[in-house]
Design a protein around this ligand. Structure first.
Ligand SMILES: C[S@@+](CC[C@H](N)C(=O)[O-])C[C@H]1O[C@@H](n2cnc3c(N)ncnc32)[C@H](O)[C@@H]1O
Length: 94
């Protein structure tokens, strides 16, 4: 945590509603875009909220290349199930 800085809080119901009066320096997030139906549209929207030269950084995960050697059908089924869950919109925790 940076000294003398508190993270802003809001009552957003969706990242799509994120809007600021003044452009911000950066937007960061983790494991969010992977749940959105149109992450590219959200990135475009966020790009309009940051100052020129600002930063957008998201850490996401993609388990599609995961598997086992030898191939085990149960591992594949679990991986497929996790992928399906990741594509679904999750309830917000705000
Ligand atoms: C796997 S959790 C990650 C939580 C946290 N960012 C972390 O790294 O621990 C996925 C998060 O995405 C959020 N999320 C899903 N759809 C969203 C949306 N449309 N707008 C904002 N957040 C969303 C959920 O509320 C949830 O907190």
């Amino acid at each position: 945590m940076l000294p003398n800085w508190e993270p802003p809080t809001s009552d957003l119901s969706s990242i799509a509603d994120f809007a600021v009066d003044e452009p911000v320096d950066a937007v960061i997030g983790r494991l969010i875009l992977m749940h959105l139906p149109d992450p590219v549209a959200i990135l475009r929207h966020l790009a309009g909220q940051i100052r020129p030269g600002g930063l957008i950084a998201f850490g996401e995960t993609d388990i599609t290349p995961a598997g086992s050697v030898p191939v085990v059908s149960l591992v594949q089924a679990v991986k497929d199930g996790i992928s399906v869950c990741g594509r679904r919109r999750m309830p917000l925790e705000v």
